[in-house]
Design a protein around this ligand. Structure first.
Ligand SMILES: [Zn+2]
Length: 382
């Protein structure tokens, strides 16, 4: 739908199979059917018919969404999400001022405001920036990515884009590629993994980023370190000079507390929407529309999480995986079209509540988060 920087495009070595190879490689249903037909002509016709049907489903849906995007104003396409991000930055001023208050209630309000703003900027902001959904300009896309991911999010643009966009999105639920296994820590007991370990995210994130720098050029690595330090020291300086903090340890603890306020639901959301759903083999993967409708799940609308993490990560995750360059607001706008289309075509539109997924992960922790997931063969049932 718009241009993206060259480095964000698929690498040749991780490019998913295209065309018929991706559809029918190892298709046991087709092999059996053609054997029963006993003729190569019938097999070829079947292959072309199925290929056309499957391709046309995604093309048909894409046309519907493209038409809607073309008729949509800049405000709905980008403006609303940019305004939410701008509001999050504006809220930082009262947050810093309230954190300087001697009133306990005002101080707690300051903490909450700082935590919410940080979540909006570092989850919604970094996610939209990693997909290039904030602007059509490649130069601004790069700039916003560095600002949101490195300065605000304390991570590296290269690792975020290659891990999230190139691997997770391109190979959703494909074993060994986009199977969300980076979120698994099988050595941890379930209660520790689900409720305590996420609190370490504000410390673990920059440490992981520093470890990943060896895969980058010296120049880019240096830029990442400088940007991360800039974000860290800006918040530290403002807490000292605006909020009036005097003890360095108290200042750092306050920073980590606010940065970690939403890290428990952040980890939950990342695992709830993919792990436990069908997983695919790299050599027998279904076509995109089947891969995404079977391997992605939407959570119900939740005022707090929808507005802090963004609709594309909560109630419109299916729409986001089908059309990753749409902004959060556009994902919400196309949701009725996508859900109706998938239901009409007999495809799954998977939804489950946050609490239901939490119960599932808590009771099936070993199966879902410790053992290797089973592979689903969709090709036989499509
Ligand atoms: Zn995404």
């Amino acid at each position: 739908m718009h241009q993206v920087p060259e480095e964000w495009r698929e690498d040749d070595n991780v490019k998913p199979p295209e065309g018929r190879d991706a559809l029918f490689k190892g298709n046991t249903w087709m092999s059996g059917n053609s054997r029963r037909d006993g003729g190569k002509v019938a097999e070829k016709q079947n292959v072309e018919l199925m290929d056309g049907d499957r391709q046309s489903l995604m093309m048909e849906l894409t046309r519907l969404i493209q038409n809607m995007v073309n008729e949509t104003s800049w405000w709905e396409n980008r403006g609303i999400d940019i305004s939410i991000l701008a509001l999050a930055f504006l809220l930082l001023l009262p947050a810093f001022l309230l954190l300087g208050s001697s009133s306990t209630l005002a101080f707690v309000l300051g903490l909450v405001l700082m935590g919410v703003s940080h979540a909006v900027i570092t989850v919604k902001g970094t996610h939209l920036a990693s997909h290039g959904s904030l602007t059509d300009s490649p130069a601004w896309t790069n700039l916003w990515a560095v600002f949101f991911i490195e300065v605000c999010g304390s991570f590296t643009v290269k690792a975020a884009v290659s891990g999230h966009v190139k691997l997770h999105h391109a190979h959703t639920n494909v074993i060994g590629l986009g199977d969300s296994s980076t979120w698994k820590i099988p050595c941890l007991p379930r209660s520790v993994y689900l409720f305590i370990a996420p609190l370490g995210v504000p410390v673990i994130t920059p440490l992981v980023a520093l470890g990943l720098l060896r895969d980058q050029s010296v120049g880019r690595g240096l830029r990442t370190v400088l940007m991360m330090l800039l974000g860290f020291f800006c918040q530290y300086w403002l807490l000292i000079h605006v909020s009036g903090f005097q003890c360095p340890y108290r200042t750092i603890f306050c920073m980590l507390f606010c940065r970690g306020m939403f890290s428990v639901p952040f980890i939950h959301v990342n695992i709830f929407q993919h792990i436990g759903l069908p997983m695919f083999s790299p050599t027998r993967r279904p076509k995109q529309i089947y891969q995404m409708t079977h391997g992605v799940l939407n959570l119900p609308r939740n005022s707090l999480l929808d507005w802090t993490f963004g609709h594309s990560l909560i109630s419109c995750h299916v729409e986001h995986h089908l059309f990753p360059f749409l902004s959060d607001n556009m994902c919400l706008k196309v949701k009725p079209i996508v859900s109706q289309f998938l239901k009409e075509k007999g495809l799954p539109y998977q939804e489950d509540s946050y609490f239901s997924r939490l119960q599932l992960f808590f009771h099936k922790y070993q199966e879902l988060m410790v053992f290797a997931p089973p592979i689903t063969e969709l090709v036989g049932v499509q």
